[in-house]
Design a protein around this ligand. Structure first.
Ligand code: AHR
Length: 500
């Protein structure tokens, strides 16, 4: 099947933003304990952080990491996690029916973030707490010294302020499952007042208001309108969360999940802009897509324990990803990139063990899921400006999203280095596609590398024993001739072509 694409620097959407390639570490399951932190592991450093996890986080090229939740944050007392570890309390974590030992807290996370070379993105608890505790936490993090909480940080061994820039005002406050969930108006007011007070402490912070936990939430749209009507002046971004999974064997719809993400971003943008019009202001609100991924939510492992036991770091949400999941993750990255004018930040949820690209065995091996690869490649190779790609593709019918293009793609163009990268997926479940790409507006490009992630069996799943036999491999069909790039891409595939 031939599909024609046109790449032209005139189709610029905006800059590639490093923050598009963020991730997320929550106190949930084995993300922190036996994930990033495992003192018994042979590679653990003096603080108990696994060096092999840090190395893979760097290889994944993660920019920001959101912390400490997620649903967890809505019942969290940050003070429990600072000071001498031996004196920290254990607490019930109501969100995940677990025991939180508080062995890892704020100062440990900041140390880890430094080692992993990521920018921390903090969330404050607006479920069970409010303005004062958020301000106290910000004082602990960002005030140089001379006040109770900044001096406490110094006494805990951290003379310099952390200067955390990005702050989430709560988490999924629209969700009935959230501890302390609120109506849009209640939350909008609280977000506005918390944000206003936080900015009195540090005017340079960037604030993210909670948007909807999903496009299917009954309050979607109206939630954003009311929250932004209340908090427009105080916040910079509004969040979006979306998880996708293959349901009842409907691979075609699953592979078209990015059309839903496109719709999500465009609907939130329109809502934010309508509030802007009504308020008659210049400021625009941007989107922090701070939870997105494939997540098989209906699997038993996604449900927290419910018995009398409150385990520490139980196995939770440990999805194993196959090749089709990786193609969807790649396609979601394409969607985020093509909305770079409005999506200013995003976080793959999550980083380790919990719906994650990186998996660890307690005290043992580390391995990459299939989803590791598209993220690492997009983060590494997207540079310069994002270009919308004009796509002339046959469509196929999906049960969930109507007609969808067989091919989806985005490009980035780095004028300084003269390099152009094309990211493309083939959503056909059966047919290879010949991509015929018109590059005449960027003359003189030569092929540097073409790679494809695919497998005759798209259900192939990586394991600790074999996480390498299906990984991006060279695509020998790629060739550039007379200003056109042609490359054949197999069914259910993620593809990266680099030119320079
Ligand atoms: O990422 C897992 C969970 O999904 C987060 O805790 C929550 O914010 C979302 O519902």
């Amino acid at each position: 099947i031939p599909v024609t694409l046109t790449v032209d620097p005139a189709f610029r959407v905006g800059p590639v933003r490093r923050r598009t390639f963020g991730s997320f570490v929550e106190h949930l399951g084995r993300c922190v304990y036996t994930g990033i932190h495992d003192p018994a592991h042979p590679t653990a450093d003096a603080d108990g952080f696994r060096k092999d996890v840090i190395e893979l986080t760097r290889e994944l090229a993660v920019s920001t990491v959101r912390y400490p939740g997620g649903n967890f944050v809505s019942g969290y007392r940050w003070e429990d996690g600072v000071g001498p570890v031996g004196q920290r309390p254990s607490r019930l974590d109501l969100a995940w029916h677990s025991t939180e030992p508080n062995t890892v807290g704020l100062d440990e996370f900041m140390r880890w973030a430094d080692l992993a070379d990521v920018e921390p993105m903090m969330a404050v608890n607006l479920g069970t707490r409010g303005v004062q505790e958020a301000v106290d936490l910000l004082e602990y993090c960002n005030v140089p010294g001379g006040t109770a909480f900044s001096d406490l940080r110094r006494a805990n061994g951290h003379a310099d302020p952390y200067k955390v820039r990005m702050w989430c005002l709560g988490n999924e406050m629209d969700g009935p499952w959230q501890i302390g969930s609120k109506t849009a108006y209640e939350y909008g007011r609280l977000a506005a007042e918390t944000g206003r007070a936080m900015r009195m402490v540090d005017k340079d912070i960037e604030l993210v208001a909670c948007g909807s936990s999903g496009v299917v939430m009954p309050t979607f749209g109206e939630w954003e309108r009311i929250v932004l009507t209340e908090a427009y002046e105080q916040v910079d971004l509004i969040s979006a969360h979306a998880y996708y999974w293959e349901e009842d064997g409907d691979l075609g719809s699953f592979l078209a999940s990015a059309t839903d993400m496109d719709h999500f971003v465009e609907a939130v943008t329109a809502t934010a802009d309508s509030v802007r019009a009504h308020k008659k202001v210049d400021k625009r609100i941007h989107i922090s897509f701070d939870e997105w991924n494939v997540w098989y939510q209906k699997r038993a492992e996604s449900r927290p324990p419910s018995g009398d036991d409150w385990p520490v770091a139980p196995v939770l949400l440990e999805d194993r990803y196959n090749v089709a999941d990786a193609v969807v993750v790649g396609n979601l990255l394409i969607s985020l990139l093509r909305h770079t004018d409005r999506v200013h930040s995003a976080s793959l949820a999550q980083l380790v063990n919990v719906i994650a690209p990186i998996m660890t065995e307690p005290g043992g091996r580390i391995w990459k899921q299939t989803t590791f690869h598209p993220f690492a490649q997009a983060s590494r190779y997207a540079s310069g400006d994002v270009l919308r790609v004009a796509i002339d593709s046959p469509t196929y019918e999906t049960k969930q999203y109507g007609d969808a293009d067989l091919v989806d793609a985005v490009a980035t163009w780095d004028e300084e280095t003269g390099s152009l990268t094309l990211f493309a997926v083939n959503r056909s479940t059966t047919e290879p596609v010949l991509l015929d790409i018109d590059l005449r507006s960027v003359p003189g490009l030569r092929l540097l590398e073409a790679s494809t992630l695919s497998n005759p069996d798209h259900t192939w799943t990586a394991t600790a024993d074999d996480d390498t036999s299906v990984a991006p491999h060279a695509n020998a069909t790629a060739q550039v001739r007379d200003g056109r790039l042609q490359v054949e891409v197999p069914p259910v595939s993620w593809n990266v072509v680099r030119l320079g």
